[in-house]
Design a protein. Structure first.
Length: 237
């Protein structure tokens, strides 16, 4: 009886052990399955995370490269604009300098021309004064007639196209009275040139010293000694 009871207890114990082992193994298998599943999920998430990190890194590198290219383009454009501005400023400065130099040259030319004209004017006035003081009345009369003959010859050679005035009264100013022959020659020449009859009105002006001035309408022919000296001096330039 005791032996049977002992056997029952042993069998019960063995059964409990097998039951516990079965339950433990089942739970262990379930746990391992869950662990494998979790591990696979973690691996999958890790791969996804790595992919996300890779994409983020690529996007970041792309943005950095794009930013670098844009920065280089902005710098290049800024350098180009700076070069354009520098060239423009240099051209403006060169233009202003050239204008200043040109204006200075113009001013110098004007000053030189004014001084030259003033010197020429003084020289002519001095020459006229010397002629007036050194020549006798007889010499002045001879000079007058010589210059008058010269201007009459010059007028005769002028083309008719220059005498675009009508006939009428012609004013002749001289330092001494003209000879009758000279007056007739002037009247005839001017009548032929203007194709109309003219009348001479003679005036005396001792300041002329020599030569004569003919005024016909708006046309003036200056044959004075002063005008001849001016033309001679201008020929020396």
């Amino acid at each position: 009886m005791l032996a049977n009871l002992l056997l029952v207890q042993i069998l019960t114990f063995i059964g409990i052990v097998f039951l516990l082992r079965f339950l433990f193994l089942k739970n262990l298998k379930t746990a391992l399955t869950r662990l494998n599943t979790l591990h696979e999920q973690n691996l999958s998430k890790e791969e996804e995370l790595n992919e996300e990190l890779k994409r983020a890194k690529e996007q970041s590198e792309s943005l950095i490269e794009q930013s670098r290219q844009e920065a280089e383009a902005i710098i290049a454009e800024a350098v180009k604009e700076a070069q354009k501005a520098r060239i423009h400023m240099e051209e403006e400065a060169r233009g202003r300098a050239e204008k200043i130099i040109a204006d200075s040259r113009v001013d110098c030319d004007k000053i030189r021309e004014g001084a030259l004209k003033e010197a020429q004017g003084r020289s002519i006035e001095l020459a006229l004064k010397m002629i007036a003081e050194l020549l006798t009345e007889t010499d002045k009369v001879a000079l007058q007639y010589e210059l008058a003959n010269g201007i009459i010859e010059e007028i005769s050679r002028l083309p008719k196209e220059q005498f675009n005035v009508q006939g009428g009264e012609v004013k002749v100013t001289s330092s001494f009275p003209l000879l009758a022959r000279q007056s007739e020659e002037i009247k005839k020449i001017l009548s032929d040139k203007s194709a109309a009859a003219v009348e001479l009105k003679e005036n005396l002006n001792p300041d002329i010293i020599g030569g004569l001035i003919i005024e016909m309408g708006g046309m003036v022919i200056d044959g004075t000694l002063k005008n001849k000296l001016q033309r001679i001096v201008q020929g020396f330039k």
